[in-house]
Design a protein around this ligand. Structure first.
Ligand SMILES: Nc1nc2c(ncn2[C@@H]2O[C@H](COP(=O)(O)OP(=O)(O)O)[C@@H](O)[C@H]2O)c(=O)[nH]1
Ligand SMILES: [Mg+2]
Length: 326
């Protein structure tokens, strides 16, 4: 089924969870295909059943390995599991982690598991919008869990994390992580901490450091009634994964019982709309005519202030709205 010639049939195939259709749908959204609005429209209303779990942390912390172990654990409880990996350093392929010695053949051959790497940047709404849309596609296709892996270093990664219901921050006993945590503001976004590579020394020291930082944060925000757990895992061997899966279930329950899940999801939609609106505006602003105008302004001698040029371009855009769409 082709989404251009038979949009309704294509949407139905996605909803039935047909893998090829799901994959092509996500690819189209990743490219920010011109048809994507119609594509997404065909998937409405979303079941809103997919629980989104974000895993973030420094490169090499073991997020991908941990993700695959979690896929296994979640699959054991039934329900389909999708993975969206936004980590160019450790790409997935066919359900396996490329270049990794952990072979997960049970995951790779499992029809109930869908794994995709995403890497598009700069398109409409940015990478986080593409990830949000891909998660919606998996939701429409009947996935119960969507795991989102992202390298936790910058603003765009934090945006992606905010798309999730539960956020796991993955660290390792190696020194310096706790400073990164404080700097990157990961303290605020973590619902759960995982100290991975617990086969190495230093895990207890990091746990104590995190605990004291969490206690300080708690003193500042006494309204937060979720006591952020700090778990230890060895993703390579699978040690601690069952406890992590249990903690994730607990956090989900906590959000549901406190009405916070609905609040988070509403906030997520708000962010999605705000980002998309900004993207749409930007597309309209940079029409060929205005790009030419920008070029001319920069060519013109005189060292005009950048803000003045920007102001003129925006004024031109605003006065142009009612006329032809140049
Ligand atoms: N020693 C040890 N190595 C691990 C553990 N978990 C993952 N690794 C290894 O760490 C490396 C990076 O793992 P990866 O999952 O790609 O990390 P990511 O960059 O955070 O996704 C790989 O070689 C893994 O095999 C662990 O618990 N202990
Ligand atoms: Mg990775």
């Amino acid at each position: 089924v082709n989404h251009a010639t038979d949009p309704a049939g294509f949407a139905a195939a996605v909803r039935r969870g047909e893998r090829a259709a799901v994959a092509r749908c996500i690819s189209a959204l990743e490219r920010r295909d011109p048809d994507m609005q119609a594509l997404l429209q065909g998937l409405q209303p979303l079941p809103a059943q997919a629980y989104r779990i974000g895993l973030t942390g420094p490169p090499g912390a073991g997020k991908s390995t941990l993700t695959l172990q979690l896929v296994r654990a979640l699959r054991a409880a039934g329900g389909k599991v999708g993975v969206l990996a936004v980590d160019p350093s450790s790409p997935f392929s066919g359900g396996a982690l490329l270049g990794d010695r952990v072979r997960m053949n049970d995951v790779a051959g499992d029809e109930g598991v869908f794994i995709r790497s995403l890497a598009t940047r700069g398109a409409l709404g940015g990478l986080s919008a593409a990830v949000a849309d891909a998660a919606d596609v998996l939701d429409a296709a009947g996935f119960e869990h969507v795991l989102v892996e992202t390298v936790g270093v910058g603003q765009s990664e934090c945006d992606i994390v905010r798309l999730c219901d539960t956020t796991v921050v993955v660290l390792t006993p190696e020194s310096g992580d706790e400073i990164q945590v404080a700097k990157a503001g990961l303290m605020e976004i973590a619902d759960l901490f995982v100290i991975n590579k617990d086969d190495r020394p230093g895990g207890e020291r990091l746990r104590a450091a995190l605990r004291s930082m969490l206690d300080q944060a708690r003193a500042r925000r006494p309204d937060r009634d979720w006591d952020t757990p700090i778990l230890k895992t060895t993703a390579d061997s699978g040690a601690g994964i069952a406890d992590l899966a249990a903690a994730l279930r607990q956090h989900r329950l906590h959000l549901q019982q406190h009405g916070e899940l609905a609040v988070r999801r509403r906030e997520r939609r708000r962010q999605q709309v705000v980002q998309l609106a900004a993207g749409l505006l930007e597309q309209r602003l940079w029409s060929p005519a205005r790009r030419a105008l920008l070029g001319q302004s920069l060519e013109a001698a005189g060292g005009e202030a950048a803000l003045a040029i920007a102001q003129r371009l925006v004024d031109d855009f605003l006065s142009d709205r009612s006329g032809s769409s140049t």
